[in-house]
Design a protein around this ligand. Structure first.
Ligand code: ZN
Length: 216
């Protein structure tokens, strides 16, 4: 089974990706990893991509698409399929990937959309505080430390990641709404999308995800 997993920042996509990968024996692939691998190995596509990123330009879709398709073709072990994370990010990528993989074993079967309302995501992310010493994670809205700004476990002052502020998050959420929602709509029109209400306790969400995947 070949799956695209979609979800805005803070949707828990990473957690569920790991569980899906392990439970269903899939290749979990993120486009970030594919990029880094092509660039470090100096493949022709990696060299082209590097030229763009060195100039501060976005890597064009056709290079990204070719890298992903190439990566899938050359997997040492195809396992039970793939779980692609972070791709396709735009409608243009979705359509191009479809042309590259139509009729092959690499065509996608299912799009899993991890849905969480944006106001919930905002609290999850902007409320997050971490302890740099012991790694404990808090949330000022849902899991506040006993003393404000201080780690319960080790007494260290908590900090907020630079990207977790409201302005930066708004940019990322808007980007997701503008680019990725149309991708989900596109696959929904082809009856390939399963939407999961991901604003619930983790085990309830996981139970729904398994039910969906087991029925395929
Ligand atoms: Zn701590």
């Amino acid at each position: 089974m070949n799956i695209f997993i979609m979800g805005a920042p803070g949707s828990g996509k990473g957690t569920f990706s790991s569980r899906i990968r392990d439970t269903y024996n899939l290749n979990h692939i993120s486009t970030g990893d594919i990029f880094r691998e092509n660039i470090s190995k100096g493949t022709p596509l990696g060299q082209q991509a590097r030229q763009y990123s060195e100039k501060g330009l976005l890597v064009p879709d056709e290079i990204t698409n070719a890298m992903v398709a190439d990566y899938l073709r050359n997997l040492p072990d195809r396992k039970n399929g793939y779980l692609l994370d972070g791709y396709p990010r735009t409608l243009a990528q979705a359509k191009a990937f479809e042309e590259l993989t139509a009729g092959t074993a690499d065509a996608p079967d299912l799009v899993l959309s991890m849905d969480v309302p944006f106001d919930v995501l905002t609290k999850r992310i902007t409320g997050r505080r971490t302890c740099s010493k012991c790694g404990a994670i808090y949330n000022i809205y849902t899991k506040a430390p006993a003393a404000e700004g201080i780690c319960d476990a080790c007494g260290t002052e908590l900090s907020q990641r630079k990207d977790d502020n409201e302005e930066s998050l708004k940019v990322r959420l808007n980007e997701y709404a503008a680019n990725t929602e149309p991708v989900i709509d596109y696959y929904a029109s082809r009856d390939m999308v399963e939407r999961v209400n991901a604003d619930r306790p983790i085990e309830e969400i996981w139970s729904d995800v398994q039910e969906i995947l087991n029925s395929k």
